[in-house]
Design a protein around this ligand. Structure first.
Ligand code: NAP
Length: 295
């Protein structure tokens, strides 16, 4: 029987609805809406599309958005100065600096300048360290979205064998930390992993975050496994426009897995929904309120 398709669009819409309702409560109680500041340096078309969707989702959730569009000639010092102003701005609960940044700007320095309590991308070393040590933190949106989808598939993840392919700071590593916190037995694979197919064959949960089109084949998947495909890869298509595929060969894996995320329409929509969730959580913590329940 073909795998169930995990509907990330529907899960994201439900989460955004929940967030919007809680934004209403927050706004009534605090007399202001949660605020998200976005910063885009330069004109990269893909980044511009991401930022537009994030700002649209912010407005739809009833939150305030403060967008800063900067030329790619801006100096690192000027960008750090803007981040400092946003850190100090009481209306701003979340700060998102869209990556990648131009080569003359040190992205690590920019991330480290963001006030950790406003770091809704969860990339600051303080948040990464707090996640790794089991303390409350702001968690990167994409792996948090993957975990949300996984929790819908399992009564409990405890004891499951999970293989995360990819060890980036934004997806692979935080994904592994989240799965460890759920008491999964976690293997993190990467470009130096020996016999990746055999490693993946032992997995009840596969999270692929590689950035290589359809690298994970159907015969790597254990029958009945749950497959979360984070990859977004554009490959040539007959109409010349190109089409998006994941890191998993969907048509093969769908015949073996119990459940699988499609690309597009799987993990992608969850990322923005989790950004809204993180901004709401940051607003609660900054206002001295308990985290909103059920998100
Ligand atoms: P990244 O920083 O390039 O990391 C890729 C990881 O894959 C690295 O750890 C790399 O290993 C590993 N890798 C590369 N080739 C491999 C191979 N042949 N076998 C096994 N592992 C290999 O990428 P990322 O930022 O984590 O993103 C991964 C993918 O997810 C990309 O397609 C990206 O577009 C997508 N993404 C999607 C969303 C979303 O919202 N859906 C969000 C973020 C990212 P090494 O460490 O050894 O180099």
């Amino acid at each position: 029987m073909p795998a169930r398709r995990i509907d990330g669009k529907a899960a994201a819409a439900a989460l955004r609805g929940q967030v919007a309702a809680l934004v209403g409560d927050f706004t009534q109680r605090e007399g202001r809406a949660p605020g998200l500041a976005t910063v885009l340096v330069g004109e990269d078309p893909a980044s511009a599309v991401y930022i537009r969707s994030k700002n649209r989702a912010t407005a739809e959730a009833g939150m305030e958005s403060f967008h800063h569009q900067l030329p790619d000639t801006i100096s690192e010092a000027e960008l750090l100065d803007l981040v400092g102003q946003l850190n100090a701005d009481a209306r701003v609960d979340g700060i998102l600096v869209q990556l990648p940044l131009p080569a003359h700007i040190n992205a690590t320095r920019v991330i480290e300048t963001i006030e950790p309590s406003k770091d809704v991308d969860g990339f600051h070393p303080m948040n990464a360290g707090r996640l790794a040590t089991g303390l409350p933190s702001l968690v990167p949106c994409t792996p948090l979205g993957c975990l949300h989808l996984l929790k819908d598939e399992f009564d409990s993840i405890s004891g499951a064998n999970a293989v995360v392919i990819g060890r980036s700071n934004i997806v692979g590593k935080p994904m592994a930390q989240l799965l460890i916190a759920e008491s999964a037995t976690v293997t993190v694979a990467h470009s130096r992993t020996r016999d990746l197919p055999e490693v993946v064959r032992g997995a009840d949960i596969v999270v692929a975050a590689v950035g290589r089109a359809e690298i994970v084949r159907g015969d790597w998947i254990k029958p009945g496994a749950v497959v979360i495909d984070v990859g977004i890869n554009r490959i040539p298509s007959d109409d010349g426009k190109g089409r998006l595929v994941g890191d998993v060969a969907f048509d093969e894996a769908v015949e073996v897995a119990a459940a699988i995320t499609p690309v597009p329409g799987g993990v992608g929509p969850m990322t923005i929904a989790m950004l809204m969730r993180n901004t709401l959580v940051a607003a609660h913590r900054r206002a001295g309120l308990a985290d909103p329940e059920g998100l």
